[in-house]
Design a protein around this ligand. Structure first.
Ligand SMILES: Cc1cc2nc3c(=O)[nH]c(=O)nc-3n(C[C@H](O)[C@H](O)[C@H](O)COP(=O)(O)OP(=O)(O)OC[C@H]3O[C@@H](n4cnc5c(N)ncnc54)[C@H](O)[C@@H]3O)c2cc1C
Length: 392
């Protein structure tokens, strides 16, 4: 078995690392080291202050984490499994930081990489991979979340130009982004637009206060007569296939990320149980506590195995879309349950920011909601099992 001095995973009961290659382990360990040094010591303060640490973006870029699964244009060209492993480590730090990498790489950069013109790619992707430009992805609206086809943002032609009007809500990073990919209705169906955020008529206002994802930014975007040149439109795609192709990338990352948060919560609870004395012996010495820890560890082991299986299929090009729903639904649901159970072991101390489980659980409320809610993924799987769509 490959070993590394950094690797201490008390929840691992199955030698999971035996399933990873040397280069996968190396990347995973690099990201773990980064999270230990650059995120964990500061995350409680960032969370309390509702601060998104823009200052660590250059270091993430140096590690090749931005658009890491994309090829060319300064991107690292890593595999789906490597992307997942990195996501799990980042989310062990905080869901807000994994979300940043996901919005930047899987949503904004993927949209440009998959559907943009050569000019869009050359203009934005190298800068975004280097962390010099931040991107956001505007799909959701105040009255169009689970059903994005009901969006009302509209792009009309005015001569050669496009003119955008509408409101987007819950858009990650919009107030610090240089570029927004905005999805809008047109006379010819839903299209994506590459919008420099300095364009006149574009404003982004952070949504505050939040009880979840406090170390990250989500905004409401208002667009009033935002005038764009003809070539602002993404030429490669028409219809909801465009945004969904990017959401599937982000959903895949969540399968790993959620288990990273769960693992971190478990580790806090285990360490606490081993030292906290109750009735003259450590809390870890009671059967009820051991049952909690064992149940958590089993789900963490299974969750990572599922993530790895789906990642290997993604790399082989054999991953079906409903399988992403299997992973997203299961791993978010189990991760929230694990974090809440971990909190009980910490007793009253578990409600402070000195420990990670409740912060992770609160973050995961967002993670289970974005990129398709539990209900949406249940309906996708219900359709797969029964052949009867029940969305409407
Ligand atoms: C932290 C955070 C970050 C986000 N980042 C982004 C981003 O960067 N870009 C972006 O475009 N969006 C983003 N979102 C938006 C996110 O994708 C939406 O919140 C999500 O799609 C759900 O939409 P909604 O909030 O409007 O809820 P709704 O769609 O109104 O859902 C409300 C409830 O109804 C349920 N429901 C919906 N349809 C059905 C049905 N047919 N049957 C049964 N139940 C149903 C839902 O599951 C949910 O429980 C983000 C959200 C959050 C919280």
């Amino acid at each position: 078995m490959t070993t590394h001095p950094l690797v201490t995973e008390p929840s691992d009961l199955i030698d999971f690392d035996d399933l990873l290659s040397a280069s996968e382990l190396e990347l995973r360990n690099q990201v773990r080291e980064f999270v230990q040094a650059e995120i964990k010591p500061y995350i409680a303060a960032w969370y309390e202050d509702a601060h998104f640490p823009l200052e660590i973006v250059p270091k993430m870029a140096e590690l090749g984490l931005l658009g890491m699964h994309l090829d060319g244009y300064g991107c690292a060209g890593r595999s789906a499994v490597e992307y997942g492993l990195a996501g799990a480590e980042l989310e062990a730090g905080d869901s807000g930081l994994r979300t940043f990498v996901s919005v930047q790489g899987s949503l904004a950069m993927s949209a440009i990489h998959k559907h943009g013109s050569e000019e869009h790619k050359k203009q934005w992707l190298p800068a975004m991979a280097a962390g010099k430009a931040i991107g956001c992805f505007g799909l959701t609206e105040p009255t169009a979340g689970s059903d994005p086809s009901s969006m009302t943002t509209f792009a009309r032609r005015d001569g050669e130009d496009w003119v955008l009007n509408g409101t987007k809500r819950w858009i990650g990073l919009a107030s610090v982004a240089q570029v927004a990919v905005i999805w809008a209705q047109t006379d010819g169906g839903i299209r994506g637009f590459v919008v420099p955020t300095e364009t006149h008529g574009f404003t982004a206002t952070p949504i505050e206060p939040k009880l979840s994802m406090r170390a990250s930014i989500q905004c409401e975007i208002e667009m009033t007569d935002v005038r764009l040149p003809a070539d602002a439109v993404l030429p490669g795609v028409v219809g909801l296939r465009g945004p969904f192709s990017c959401l599937n990338e982000a959903r895949y990352g969540i399968i790993w990320g959620a288990m990273g948060a769960a693992r971190d919560a478990f580790e806090d609870a285990l360490a606490y149980a081993q030292t906290r004395m109750q009735f003259d012996k450590p809390l870890a010495g009671y059967q009820l506590t051991q049952q909690k820890l064992v149940d958590m560890a089993l789900e963490i082991n299974k969750g990572f195995l599922l993530a790895l299986h789906l990642g290997r299929k993604k790399d082989a090009g054999t991953l079906d879309l409903h399988q992403i729903s299997v992973g997203k639904l299961n791993n978010c649901r189990e991760a929230i349950a694990i974090c809440r159970e971990a909190r009980t072991i910490l007793g009253g101390n578990g409600i402070t920011l000195d420990y990670s489980p409740l912060r992770h659980a609160n973050n995961l409320e967002s993670v289970r909601t974005y990129e398709g809610t539990d209900e949406v993924h249940t309906l996708i799987l219900g359709n797969k099992l029964t052949g009867v769509p029940a969305f409407r």
